[in-house]
Design a protein around this ligand. Structure first.
Ligand code: SF4
Length: 313
């Protein structure tokens, strides 16, 4: 796991860890490919006790569910004092009901990285034909009553951009109990650093993303756009996670700050404080064309509300 041994403290009593030394997918844009170094549960638990850690994010590298001891890890972390566990997973291994049951019981929030609902696109992005396994995993999570604490992370790249609304339609039809869908605009780091062609243009993708978000909203499924500048979401700014964070009184950007570039439009823009801004890796590939200063008052942009009736089973 490199110098930090697969751990980083994101502050506020939260520790992010890896729980495995391998992955069962080979995603073309993976930000943190595995190092092959297995983290130590004993060391992690010692640190939890020493630093009074109560929140644990699992999955910053590697696929935790491949660790044969993963259910025991969940139990030991609780015993050490962790009260809230979040898991980032590709869910492939959760096709096994026993493992899925342990995760459903032991994890408070599950984020599933699923790059497509289409088998051929899923395989192109991940290198594996495992979409049917993920579908089974989602059925398992539903059977264990865990969909309401599960979100879908849909990394937006040039490979799936034309299919975003189809993905939203699939979720609206088959997965209406999901907590939310997070359309995350990809970054050209890690494995994607040498593949700038994977990074789509914000303004070309925008109609696909906003249509998909509207499709989810029509089905009362929450959807957000992450790592998108607000001027690329005209009339749909309130779908941006960064604006929502700002509306909640938090900084628009999370603690792992992107490398941003100065942009003349941003300097004049009334939305700058609530916006993700212009990322350096994006500007290197696509330049600064299209970014335009807004005169909107971010305080007057209405918040989104979702009315979610209980499903009758
Ligand atoms: S001009 Fe800059 S600050 Fe304004 S919405 Fe666009 S990216 Fe955000």
């Amino acid at each position: 796991m490199g110098a930090n041994n697969g751990q980083n403290n994101s502050g506020g009593g939260q520790l992010n860890i890896a729980a495995a030394d391998k992955c069962n997918l080979n995603c073309v844009y993976c930000k943190s490919p595995v190092s092959g170094e297995m983290p130590s549960l004993t060391e992690i638990c010692k640190r939890v006790k020493r630093d009074g850690i109560t929140g644990m994010g699992i999955g910053c590298s590697g696929e935790a569910t491949l660790n044969p001891q993963f259910p025991r890890w969940l139990e030991e972390l609780r015993k050490a004092g962790v009260t809230r566990i979040t898991l980032s997973t590709n869910a492939v291994a959760l096709e096994k009901p026993e493992l899925c049951s342990a995760v459903a019981r032991g994890v408070d929030f599950i984020s599933i990285n699923i790059p497509s609902h289409l088998p051929e696109v899923y395989k192109k992005i991940t290198g594996k034909p495992y979409l049917p396994k993920v579908r089974t995993a989602l059925e398992n999570l539903d059977a264990f009553g865990a969909l309401r604490k599960t979100a879908l992370a849909h990394i937006v790249s040039a490979l799936n951009a034309p299919h975003l609304d189809g993905f939203a339609q699939w979720v609206a039809k088959d997965l209406r109990d999901i907590l939310f869908v997070d359309f995350v605009f990809m970054q050209t780091c890690g494995r994607a650093e040498a593949k700038p062609q994977l990074l789509p243009d914000y303004f070309t993708v925008s109609p696909h993303i906003t249509r998909a978000l509207d499709t989810l909203r029509a089905a009362s499924v929450k959807g957000v756009a992450q790592h998108m500048p607000l001027c690329a979401l005209p009339g749909h700014e309130n779908y941006a996670l960064e604006l929502q964070r700002w509306q909640d009184g938090k900084p628009a950007l999370e603690s792992d700050m992107p490398d941003l570039v100065p942009c003349s439009a941003c300097k004049k823009c009334t939305l700058a404080l609530a916006c993700y801004g212009v990322r350096a890796d994006y500007a290197r590939v696509h330049g600064l064309d299209g970014f335009c200063a807004s005169r909107k008052d971010p305080k007057k942009i209405p918040r989104l509300n979702y009315d979610r009736p209980e499903r009758v089973r």
